[in-house]
Design a protein around this ligand. Structure first.
Ligand SMILES: NC(=O)c1ccc[n+]([C@@H]2O[C@H](COP(=O)([O-])OP(=O)(O)OC[C@H]3O[C@@H](n4cnc5c(N)ncnc54)[C@H](OP(=O)(O)O)[C@@H]3O)[C@@H](O)[C@H]2O)c1
Length: 297
């Protein structure tokens, strides 16, 4: 039986945060939320301000907040994407270092850390790659290094594409596939590292209660899939054809660099640390993950 903990979650109003909050609360943990609006506690990252006492009595911080990636990348939006993650992390680090007890820090990052064309077999020990999102992840992870340097437990959660009809890529693709107009994007051979939303919430819970786990952790299913395979499974889950390819050039015209670093990226991450720790995925295979997540829709 694990002891109940007090957990502060940032970005708790988002896709991952909502699911995590429900799971932790159901498990009897106390969950506090820190938000720009409508949280138990408030912060203003741009002005470096956070409610006093927000960290009082907290055992673990799970930091998920960050400006959405899914928007046209301009100089201004790229700045917001980076600073919302790095500046917020620095603010939390300052508070944790000043706290009167040790606080664990679990911080979101992405498999994008390895670069958008890194290919298969990326373990937690693999090198950092290049690209805008790779740079964001590297700076985000570096921002909480002072905690590890001070002997505190930190985790960098290198998350793959989160599958849920409630948000993210699946929600955006759902109307297209439902209309029978879905299909592979670009070459279709590019690898996608993914995780179902319930599995991701369980991974974070597993990390909260397993003090031996620290450092970078690939939060992905053990089975990355090609984009063509993902599209086929998506169509099958909805009993629709998925035969209309979307040319890469069209995606680049519509979304610019974001297309290259997201839907056209080729990232195969391996969850070595989670596997060695005995974590069990509920949905390790794409067919099951998609059909379970889409069956209620
Ligand atoms: N979803 C994925 O496929 C995926 C994949 C890899 C990595 N990740 C990372 O995992 C984290 C959680 O993902 P998610 O899908 O749950 O994200 P999400 O749904 O976009 O939610 C992120 C939350 O961050 C807060 N936020 C938004 N813009 C902000 C800003 N400019 N400054 C400060 N806070 C801001 C918001 O909370 P408040 O309104 O309450 O402040 C928002 O609910 C993100 O950092 C994301 O980059 C996600």
């Amino acid at each position: 039986m694990n002891p109940k903990k007090c957990i502060l979650v940032t970005g708790a109003s988002g896709l991952v945060g909502r699911s995590l909050k429900n799971l932790l609360t159901a498990g009897g943990h106390e969950v506090r939320t820190l938000s720009r609006k409508n949280g138990d506690y408030l912060w203003d990252v741009n002005h470096g301000q956070m409610d006093a006492d927000v960290l009082k009595g907290v055992d673990c911080v799970v930091h998920l907040a960050g400006e959405t990636i899914a928007q046209r990348w301009t100089q201004a939006s790229k700045k917001r994407i980076l600073s919302s993650r790095v500046d917020s992390t620095r603010l939390l680090v300052e508070g944790i270092l000043a706290a009167d007890r040790p606080i664990d820090f679990i911080c979101a990052s992405g498999v994008n850390y390895y670069g958008h064309q890194c290919g298969d077999g990326q373990t937690e020990q693999s090198d950092a790659g290049v690209g805008f999102l790779a740079e964001v992840c590297q700076k985000w992870e570096a921002a909480h290094k002072p905690l590890a340097d001070a002997g505190l437990r930190t985790v960098s959660l290198r998350i793959g594409v989160v599958l849920s009809p409630e948000g993210g890529a699946v929600k955006r693709l759902l109307p297209i596939f439902r209309a029978g107009l879905g299909g592979p994007a670009g070459p279709g051979s590019q690898l996608m590292s993914w995780i179902s939303l319930p599995d991701l919430a369980s991974i974070v819970r597993h990390l909260i209660v397993t003090p031996e786990l620290k450092g970078p952790i690939n939060a992905v299913s053990p089975h990355p899939v090609s984009n063509a395979n993902f599209s086929r499974s998506f169509g099958r889950s909805l009993s629709r054809p998925a035969i209309f390819p979307i040319p890469g050039i069209m995606l680049r015209l519509l979304y610019g660099d974001m297309a290259d670093e997201t839907i056209l990226s080729h990232i195969g991450a391996v969850p070595n640390v989670l596997q060695e720790s005995g974590f069990v995925w509920q949905s390790p295979h794409i067919e099951d993950a998609l059909s379970q997540s889409l069956q209620k829709k």
